[in-house]
Design a protein around this ligand. Structure first.
Ligand SMILES: [Cu+2]
Length: 101
């Protein structure tokens, strides 16, 4: 009756965090890698006022978030990435990719 109660607890450290910064060069790193299909949290910190990237859009997740200067913004990606996950700024000019490895 209680079959199915076990939870998959493979990792001991909780969801991995992927840190992104917005610098004068855009999103850094422009390409990050995460283990395939594993939950992670994107942590984005905008460190400059000199680009148009004051918002981040992740179309595949229907996410659109403001990026306040010097404040970490956390976006959970509970299903992880099967292949690649693309993000762009609010004006579709700067962006990057998170790839499964
Ligand atoms: Cu932009």
């Amino acid at each position: 009756m209680t079959a199915g109660c076990n939870q998959a607890q493979k990792s001991t450290a909780g969801p991995q965090e992927v840190q992104l910064s917005v610098t004068d060069g855009g999103f850094e790193p422009a390409r990050a890698e995460v283990p395939r299909g594993q939950a992670f949290t994107l942590v984005i910190t905008r460190k400059t006022d000199r680009t148009c990237a004051k918002e981040i859009l992740i179309p595949a997740l229907n996410e659109r978030r403001a990026l306040p200067l010097n404040q970490a913004v956390r976006i959970d990606v509970p299903n992880g990435v099967a292949d690649t996950l693309n993000y762009i700024c609010g004006m579709h000019m700067l962006g990057g990719t998170i790839a499964a490895k």
